[in-house]
Design a protein around this ligand. Sequence first.
Ligand SMILES: Nc1ncnc2c1ncn2[C@@H]1O[C@H](COP(=O)(O)OP(=O)(O)OP(=O)(O)O)[C@@H](O)[C@H]1O
Ligand SMILES: [Mg+2]
Length: 454
Amino acid sequence: MSEEKPKLLVVEDDPGLQAQLKWAWEDFDVVIAGNRAEALAALRSDAPDVVTLDLGLPPDPDGTSEGMAVLDEIMALKPATKVIVASGHGARESALQAVARGAYDFYQKPVDIDALGLIVRRALQLARIEEENRKLAAKAGKEERVLGSLVTGAPEMIKVARTIERVANTSVSVMLLGASGTGKELLARGLHDASDRAGGAFVAINCAAIPENLLESELFGHEKGAFTGAVKTTEGKIEQAEGGTLFLDEVGDIPLQLQVKLLRFLQERVIERIGSRKSIAVDTRVVCATHQDLEAMIADGRFREDLYYRLAEIVVKIPTLAERPGDATLLAKVFLGRFAQEMNPAVRGFAPDALAAIDAWGWPGNVRELENRVKRAVIMADGKLVSALDLDLSEPDGEEASALNLKSAREMADRKIIRHALARSEGNISSTAKLLGISRPTLYDLLKQYDLHA
Ligand SMILES: Nc1ncnc2c1ncn2[C@@H]1O[C@H](COP(=O)(O)OP(=O)(O)OP(=O)(O)O)[C@@H](O)[C@H]1O
Ligand SMILES: [Mg+2]
């Protein structure tokens, strides 16, 4: 990424001064606003570090009420912004009042560009130092909370967590790809918590769970009377995520015509509610997830490629539970502890047959399935230990009985034993092969044949 010029927002209603100020700064990217609404829209969309603010704005060009109101709103929305107010001749009083309300400094009109330049650059420098400090403080204080609810001992998953932590404080869009129950939402929340937007809202929307005809309004909001049933003006999820993170779950389920509208938002960062032409700037970090094969959907024309690239600046693939050797038993113990405490304190742990069954199971529903089974087992357990029967995992017999021929029965047994060995040797091929009493090449062949992963 190339070094971007710092943004300077100039709030000034006099067209002559606007022009003069616009071109006075070579090293700034200058944005001009002529009134309160424009100033606040620019604040949201451009996030300037420094603002110069004329206190005499319409509808009160000769007083300071409108300028002060703008100042108050900037301080409420983005308190770290450095605002430099312009005071008219002899209006030192109001300038000082502005500083008391949070302005960084003031300058005297008529404007002396060189003098103002010094103030602006100093303000920018201070803003940068403060931001740096905020980031450092956040990092130092959050080490423990970062992805704090994620339980894993598997290198595959630790790598995923590290990636999430690393991208958290950038603004790149992140796409989480993983089968159902692998922890997509947990990771999306973890990303939000680890980011500098943690103070804002985390707003999740499951695009597959909302009927197509309601999804647009759910995302973009609507004005009162925009359609039958729109009895009051309602903010959409995108707007609700202002200053925070928007999590678009099952993004592959967004219908094509809505994909266009979403793309527009991602490009321009403004939305219009249904039934309104007013553009509303929204500053939010977008994280999305899907279990679908978006590349195949793009090839079939069911998902827009341009939208894909906007959403997937970073793609994080989440391994299935079966691909994280050892994690099933680890997670099971954590869940057991949690649920026992809540629902059945007599339960102390797993019986050995239960742990073996957990280790051997394929977990098609991943962590969600594991969590549900352990919860049910804890509730059902009679004694101190949860058994395989409590977990409803003792049916391999049934599975084997239904295998009508010897070949498929043997395959099933092979799979199970290989998975066991992989889990026990933490995915190490040599030790797995040794455990199984076969050579490494044979193990590789079997892994390939059964589509298993070390
Ligand atoms: N590594 C983990 N450590 C602890 N809890 C986890 C982990 N992964 C998932 N969970 C828990 O498992 C459940 C399912 O996770 P989550 O909802 O994040 O998955 P998902 O991929 O969004 O699933 P779905 O596709 O069903 O929406 C949640 O209760 C979550 O807290
Ligand atoms: Mg989910």
